[in-house]
Ligand binder design. Structure first.
Ligand code: SF4
Ligand code: SF4
Length: 178
């Protein structure tokens, strides 16, 4: 599925997979709209590499990411999952409490080039359960950014800039349905 700016939402959160045998095409298109809206921010995203977001819970690793991450660390897939991941509700999550185990003492990601999609897609804003941007677009509500701490350097920037791409996505959605 590829619409809008050509970006595709690969990670969709757990919520959308529960109770659905398959994701309906309409939902896929709306997820891609949400992803595209976030990618517009991503290209001009002023990340200060402070590492604050890397203290969050629920960093998800998709099945097809295990092999490349394990290989990067010269580990087998089984060794990597044993050491770093746990399985919950049918998906892999980083074993951690507090800061990510790949966050160095310098607050830089030690596996930056091979970090999970959920990290590299930020600010796509996917929680473990769902893209908050998707929910905002389809429900016509303000986006819930409650999981971004106020003192993260990027939070005020996202809060200020996310409204325009969401409005744009809503317009595209309406246009599509006409
Ligand atoms: S909290 Fe924001 S500014 Fe800090 S590393 Fe994460 S994305 Fe970058
Ligand atoms: S993998 Fe890297 S970017 Fe992702 S949470 Fe861990 S330290 Fe942060």
């Amino acid at each position: 599925m590829n619409i809008a700016g050509g970006n595709m939402a690969k990670y969709r959160g757990k919520y959308i997979l529960d109770g659905l045998d398959e994701i309906p095409p309409e939902m896929l298109r709306d997820l891609d709209l949400a992803y595209d809206a976030c990618k517009q921010l991503h290209d001009h995203f002023p990340c200060e590499m402070c590492g604050r977001c890397c203290h969050q819970a629920n960093i998800t690793v998709m099945d097809d990411e295990v092999e490349r991450m394990a290989s990067h660390l010269n580990m087998t897939a089984d060794g990597f999952t044993d050491d770093f991941l746990y399985r919950e509700d049918g998906r892999w999550l980083f074993k951690k409490s507090g800061r990510c185990r790949f966050l160095g003492n310098d607050d830089k990601c030690a596996i930056w080039e091979q970090r999970p999609l959920i990290c590299s897609d930020f600010p796509y804003l996917v929680s473990k359960f769902m893209s908050r941007v998707y929910l905002s677009i389809v429900n016509g509500t303000d986006i819930d950014l409650s999981y971004m701490e106020d003192d993260w350097p990027c939070t005020p920037v996202i809060k200020k800039k996310i409204g325009a791409p969401i409005e744009d996505a809503r317009r595209k959605r309406v246009t599509r349905s006409l």
